[in-house]
Design a protein around this ligand. Structure first.
Ligand SMILES: *Cc1c(COP(=O)(O)O)cnc(C)c1O
Length: 510
């Protein structure tokens, strides 16, 4: 075993990847990171001859080397063996000229979060099994309490909840409870969640807004008396948050597999540089791309695309990150974020692993709402990252132009990235735009961008109209919701959320 993880804010505590995955966030509030990424250079020519599963096994085994080869193979098979509707898992398609679309939305919930959330549960059960065996050794108890049970608790504003449910449903020794704000998610998103099958899942609407729900989930994680009560039942609470290193690493895979596809179709030769443009919220997706670059992928630059919540555009232009700004609700809701948590990992890597600096900056962000980095650090970041933002008007226009000029239908998040990339002059380097959701997930906004009146139409009516207008078939994962039964009808108050979690634990792990 050679790879260890530690907090971005301190090197005092070194842990294995299994421990980092099981814990999620480091005890000091930092994010788990390893100093060994750049030593894990992959053989690019070999990668270009692999399929998605092969690349996945190689990447995961390089960074999670306390998992055995057979554990990794089992994880990859369970995550990607049959749950994606494309045989390539994440196929690349031409957009004309030097531009390509990386389609990340062929998973069970039609959004890119599936790529990570189909894998995380597989990693987590194996990590938990290792950690409970270790605890038993340490206590020298001898008594076998059986594997530790994990209850995942998630607050969602729409997309993450369903992707987490789909990933964790049916996974042994794990349960999942998802809370969403009543009336605060779209028709389709609500139906996706309340129709989820599985004896280990709980979905509950909460009388409150997303902030109320998220704040209460954080309180539940901090509730020590509840944690103690659950421990006697051999249950720990955990999160499926995008800061978990077990969500980040699986996303490295599609950067390499994209490159392999472009080599196979003759667009590039092994060693040629390419560019990626990434619609960004929490900075997880684009950071995974930077990990791929550190592992030897020839990437000329990453373009960080934001919507009107353009905190990252400002940061990359000025070196000041300021979260104290108006929050805009946009038509690309999964990018409506003011604190991009994963940026902390980039600052760590680009500062040469300066944990003291990271602690200081994150303290500034928490207490003052902003921080400023040195001109030197900013210059180093700008060597790899360009940026841009697009508002809702430009986003709609890009959806409409892409449809009328290229006959390619894209969703609102993808359109933000394409709008930003189209403003940049092509330098002849192949440019890959990450397409993060199926357009039918956001049918109403896509339909209205194409000039149709959606007034008074529900989610299915919009899906039908979009299908009729474009002839592009709606994915079965969404159209089949029409006939699925609503299984989860529970509604609770904010204060009632912890009771829902405890009841779910008793039910799942009885
Ligand atoms: C989550 C999400 C994003 C943003 O990804 P980050 O990793 O948070 O930057 C973009 N598009 C869609 C559709 C998403 O669900």
């Amino acid at each position: 075993m050679s790879i260890f993880y530690h907090s971005t804010r301190s090197r005092a505590d070194l842990v294995t990847s299994k421990k980092a995955i099981a814990q999620g966030i480091a005890p000091d509030g930092g994010l788990y990171i390893t100093d060994s990424v750049a030593e894990k250079s992959l053989d690019l020519a070999a990668v270009c001859n692999m399929d998605f599963a092969g690349v996945a096994r190689l990447v995961l085994h390089s960074l999670f080397d306390d998992f055995s080869a057979s554990e990794i193979s089992d994880c990859v098979e369970a995550a990607y063996g049959s749950s994606f509707t494309s045989p390539l898992v994440c196929p690349v398609s031409p957009l004309g000229g030097t531009d390509w679309l990386l389609e990340l939305y062929h998973g069970p919930t039609c959004a890119f979060k599936d790529v990570a959330l189909q894998m995380l549960p597989q990693l987590m059960v194996r990590a938990a099994a290792a950690n409970s065996a270790e605890d038993a050794d340490q206590a020298n108890a001898g008594a076998n309490r059986g594997p530790q049970n994990i209850m995942i608790v998630t607050a969602t504003s729409g997309d993450t909840g369903k992707a987490a449910l789909a990933g964790f449903a049916g996974v042994p020794n794990v349960g999942i409870t998802v809370f969403y704000p009543e009336g605060g998610v779209s028709d389709i998103q609500r139906l996706q969640m309340v129709t989820q099958l599985g004896s280990n899942v709980e979905v509950c609407a909460v009388q409150g807004n997303f902030d109320d729900v998220q704040t209460q989930v954080k309180r539940i994680f901090g509730n020590t008396t509840m944690a103690e009560r659950l421990r006697t039942q051999n249950v720990v609470l955990s999160s499926a948050n995008s800061i978990n290193i077990g969500r980040l690493v699986p996303q490295i895979v599609y950067y390499f597999s994209t490159y392999a596809q472009l080599v196979k179709n003759g667009t590039i030769q092994v060693g040629d540089p390419i560019e990626f443009c990434v619609p960004t919220g929490n900075f997880g997706d684009v950071l995974a791309g930077y990990f791929a670059k550190l592992m030897g992928l020839p990437v000329k630059r990453f373009v960080v695309a934001s919507n009107q919540n353009n905190v990252l555009t400002e940061f990359l232009n000025t070196g000041t990150y300021n979260r104290l700004r108006p929050f805009h609700k946009t038509i690309s809701p999964s990018m409506d974020i003011l604190v991009s948590s994963n940026l902390e990992r980039l600052l760590y890597l680009k500062s040469g692993g300066d944990t003291e600096l990271i602690s200081y900056l994150m303290h500034q962000l928490a207490t003052r709402g902003s921080y400023t980095i040195s001109a030197e650090l900013l210059a180093s970041i700008k060597q790899d990252f360009a940026c841009g933002c697009a508002n809702d008007v430009e986003t709609r226009q890009t959806i409409s132009e892409t449809w009328s000029e290229k006959h390619v239908l894209i969703d609102t998040h993808t359109a933000v990235a394409l709008a930003v990339e189209k403003r940049r002059a092509s330098e002849g380097t192949p440019r890959v735009i990450l397409s993060t959701a199926n357009p039918y997930k956001f049918s109403a906004d896509v339909l209205s961008a194409l000039g149709q009146d959606v007034c008074g139409m529900d989610g299915f009516a919009c899906m039908d109209a979009l299908q009729e207008l474009t002839g592009v078939p709606a994915p079965e994962q969404l159209s089949q919701l029409r006939s699925a039964s609503e299984l989860h009808r529970g509604v609770c108050t904010v204060d009632g959320m912890s009771d829902v979690v405890e009841a779910a634990c008793s039910r799942c792990f009885a």
